[in-house]
Write a protein that binds this ligand. Sequence first.
Ligand SMILES: [Fe+2]
Ligand SMILES: [Fe+2]
Length: 154
Amino acid sequence: MDFEQLSFKLREFYLLEVYQLSLFRDQIPSLPDEYTAFAFERMTELEQRHVDFFAEKMHELGISKPEIADSTFSFAGFVSAKALDLLSLKERYQLGIAVESKAAEMYYEFIKMAEGDQQLVRMLWHQRTDEEFHKFWFRANLEKIELEEKLQRV
Ligand SMILES: [Fe+2]
Ligand SMILES: [Fe+2]
């Protein structure tokens, strides 16, 4: 991977992480209970660490940070942060799964490109694992709601 490719990927992932951070942070005030709110708060903390990692890496290499345009908030075609309050809990979990799956997939691509840079590869794997943990949390809680709905129908 040459410097130009690395620079492109770091800027892209910085935006990916800013999107995830905003996505979870913006939902906290409209979450229904402590269980969900504190889980989102924790996810927000981890996304902030991901943002900081890419920001520091760009700073270290003298790469300018990308503009955080409105387009970030529809990253990969997902919902705008402004519409989040209107989502049901089930839809929030589905959105979380979709975003985290996409992020994990993107990390995998970046990891393959970063081959040879052990330090970067290690950080990318760690952060990819965080995204998977988030995905599993959303999935487990979505399944819980779906099971409750099923039980209500019988
Ligand atoms: Fe992240
Ligand atoms: Fe995540």
